[in-house]
Design a protein around this ligand. Structure first.
Ligand code: HEM
Length: 324
């Protein structure tokens, strides 16, 4: 064997090691997953299309962040929320808890483009996680990298959305529910800070405005003036919208100021300030935006790993709305 043949042999050995270890990466989430899978532009494609949509309609940032949350808390982050109902199955997206989800068309367009560039490689679950991440950054929030390699699930049933938190929960109940998914109280308060973006409809908070409980007509934790504003807002329709804070398209810590002023829109928002276990965390985030950003990004990365399906446990859907 001459020197060149030895060198070629080494090269082949290297390629074999790469391929063998390459097989291993299919079964795990990695930051460079799509680079390793031969689709290095996946992240860029997602970002470009998401940015284009957000420039046209900045309110979609809220929608994409919420969609990722509603995906991850039901059957794990497996894009089950994107599946359309069929004549035999009512899917998650047709649950009342998901009626106001928006932004499906953004994900569809990203998927279409990625299927042209690298067919069968980029999962809908990863697209959703990347889109939410890009939306946070677009709105002025922290920039962070997320591991990829989630596979798409094959189950989406309306009854599973029972796992989504209703806005009537108090702080202890929220701590318990998020705790079941492995989150601390602090992580729950940080994730609730996603309500720095977007709006709630009257149907989500009108229970606070009349017949609240046996001793109060109006929720006593609600600022009296703000209660009037909300009541006025809700005279026309259950669908009228109220922003969570004064800067609904900006990712900042104004949401926590709102809670300090007793102007949290949902009962489940205001309770975070009224409960001794979570009040200090609200105050800390209101005082220190950098701390909120750091905790939020870490909690989002953690949320994005909830019950992910890897390797052969899932599929890469060709169309995010339909199981292959
Ligand atoms: C802590 C428990 C939570 C409860 C009870 C809750 C409940 C709600 C409700 C009722 C709405 C308004 C829906 C409507 O009236 O149309 C809403 C909106 C929203 N939620 Fe949550 N949520 C929670 C946590 C989260 C988390 C963890 C995230 C994301 C990480 C999130 C992101 C959003 C966003 C961005 C909106 C605004 C959507 C838009 O404007 O289109 N929420 N949430």
């Amino acid at each position: 064997m001459n020197h060149l043949e030895i060198e070629m042999g080494k090269y082949e050995l290297f390629m074999v090691i790469l391929l063998v270890s390459g097989y291993g990466f299919v079964d795990g989430l990695r930051m460079d997953y799509y680079f390793m899978m031969g689709c290095p532009f996946a992240e860029g494609i997602v970002k470009n299309i998401v940015n284009r949509h957000l420039q046209a309609d900045p309110t979609l940032a809220a929608a994409l962040v919420r969609m990722h949350f509603h995906d991850c808390f039901v059957q794990g982050c497996d894009a089950s929320v994107l599946i359309d109902s069929t004549k035999d199955n009512t899917a998650e997206k047709d649950s009342p808890a998901n009626f106001s989800l928006r932004g499906y068309e953004v994900i569809d367009q990203v998927k279409e483009q990625l299927e042209i560039q690298c067919p069968g490689v980029v999962s809908c679950a990863d697209i959703l996680a990347m889109a939410a991440r890009d939306a946070v950054f677009f709105a002025g929030g922290p920039v962070y990298d997320i591991p990829k390699g989630r596979k798409d699930g094959t189950r989406s049933r309306i009854e599973d959305t029972i796992n989504l938190p209703p806005p009537t929960l108090n702080s202890s109940e929220l701590i318990r529910l998020f705790g079941q998914h492995g989150f601390t109280a602090q992580e729950m308060v940080a994730l609730s800070g996603a309500h720095t973006l977007g709006v709630a409809r009257c149907s989500s908070f009108k229970h606070r405005l009349s017949n609240f409980d046996s001793t109060h007509d109006v929720d006593p934790t609600l600022d009296a003036q703000f209660a009037k504003t909300l009541s006025k807002r809700c005279t026309n329709s259950d669908k009228s919208e109220q922003a969570f804070d004064t800067t609904k398209d900006n990712f900042d810590n104004d949401y926590y100021y709102a809670l300090q002023r007793n102007t949290g829109v949902l009962f489940s928002d205001q309770t975070l300030y009224n409960h001794p276990r979570t009040r200090g965390i609200v105050n800390a985030y209101a005082f220190n935006q950098a701390m909120f950003f750091l905790d939020f990004q870490q909690a989002m990365i953690k949320m994005g790993l909830l019950d992910v399906k890897e390797g052969s446990k899932g599929e890469v859907r060709a169309n995010c709305r339909i199981i292959n």
